[in-house]
Design a protein around this ligand. Structure first.
Ligand SMILES: NC(=O)c1ccc[n+]([C@@H]2O[C@H](COP(=O)([O-])OP(=O)(O)OC[C@H]3O[C@@H](n4cnc5c(N)ncnc54)[C@H](OP(=O)(O)O)[C@@H]3O)[C@@H](O)[C@H]2O)c1
Length: 335
């Protein structure tokens, strides 16, 4: 594959007065880190973590200038390992991509071979980014509920941050698998969207937070996919049925969690932490194959909008305001 000298990338820079500026610049290939596999990125996507990196969150990205993008799908351009060949279609999500390693919002990335997953049969590069880290994380949460023994006949599954990337895909995946997802959303006008994904009902955010301080509440949920933390997660745990399971992956509302031990010692509720970034290769491959096959929700393409690099700044700001709905795929090369 012929390589260009330079490529377009979304770059975040720190100014001397501590502000952060975002622009699209031409970068040289030799500014990418020295790893095994060079990938021409065809699609990336936007996740909450990308918006944090794009706005100078040093918990995500320590050093600037930096190109965010925790997701990338594209074609191998150069490889120093035998099992990945020039021209192979691949995807990378998580690990350090887009955090302190130049990310998928550049037209090229260079990454360690162990981060690279061959694109599973049945999935296009674009579809893999409709899922992206959000869909993969939703799949990890659902895989955890299934392994715990939560079955569709046991009752409703609460999904919080429901219009967001993880939440919307969790609802679509759960519904496709025969579960009854109940959505929590702060967006009153998003009820038709949530119902179209398969939500059996929608709770307003206020309702999902009310009485969160009580030690235990009437049991309702067979399982929970929580993306927001704080009071909503606290209440969800207190409303989980005997032997049920709660998965916790996000903190858009709060990183705090106020609880007593009652849900655990009176109802045998399990709380599972979910981290997609460092998920092992074996489970990664299994879940990507499920997402490409049996788990693929109806109307996957309709769950996303497509933007290009010029729109990224605007969509990052929406993510930070909690105004996001569904998934945002970023087209990285013309044509
Ligand atoms: N652990 C992992 O591996 C992993 C992987 C991916 C994402 N995450 C985390 O999961 C969270 C969601 O990520 P995402 O990409 O889905 O983000 P997103 O697209 O921005 O979705 C977040 C959703 O949360 C809701 N929300 C926003 N502010 C809120 C608030 N103050 N209180 C309650 N709900 C609020 C909104 O939905 P409604 O308006 O519908 O309520 C929003 O659309 C983030 O914290 C992210 O860092 C973790």
């Amino acid at each position: 594959m012929a390589l260009p000298d330079s490529f377009k990338a979304f770059v975040v820079s720190e100014t001397p007065n501590g502000d952060f500026q975002r622009s699209i610049v031409d970068r040289q290939l030799n500014t990418l880190p020295d790893h095994d596999v060079l990938i021409e990125v065809h699609y990336s996507s936007l996740n909450y973590k990308d918006a944090l990196s794009g706005h100078g969150n040093k918990g995500v990205t320590r050093h600037y200038p930096h190109t965010p993008g925790i997701d990338a799908a594209g074609v191998v351009a150069e490889s120093q390992v035998a099992h990945l060949k020039s021209g192979d279609s691949v995807l990378v999500t998580g690990f350090d991509l887009g955090m302190n390693t130049s990310g998928g919002l550049g037209q090229y990335i260079r990454v360690p071979a162990q981060w690279v997953i061959p694109l599973p049969p049945g999935l296009s590069l674009k579809e893999s980014m409709i899922y992206g880290t959000a869909g993969f994380t939703a799949a990890m949460c659902i895989h955890r509920l299934i392994n715990h023994g939560v079955t569709p006949d046991q009752g409703e599954i609460l999904v919080t941050g429901a219009t967001g990337g993880v939440g919307s895909l969790a609802i679509a995946l759960l519904s496709g698998l025969g579960y009854k997802p109940v959505a929590v959303s702060g967006k009153a006008d998003a009820i038709p969207f949530l119902e179209s994904l398969g939500a059996v009902s929608v709770l307003a955010r206020d309702e999902a937070e009310a009485q969160a301080e009580k030690p235990i509440l009437k049991a309702r949920w067979a399982g929970v996919v929580d993306t927001v933390g704080g009071k909503i997660l606290s209440k969800a745990i207190k409303m989980t049925r005997y032997g049920g399971a709660v998965t916790c992956c996000g903190l858009v509302a709060s990183p705090n969690l106020s609880l007593t031990v009652f849900p655990f010692i009176l109802r045998s509720v399990a709380l599972y932490g979910i981290d997609s970034a460092e998920c092992g290769r074996e489970l990664r491959q299994v879940l990507w194959e499920k997402l490409a096959g049996d788990w693929r929700p109806a109307g996957l393409a309709g769950l996303s909008r497509e933007i290009d690099l010029n729109d990224v700044d605007n969509y990052m700001a929406r993510l930070l305001k909690g105004a996001n709905q569904g998934r945002t795929v970023v087209k990285m090369i013309a044509g």
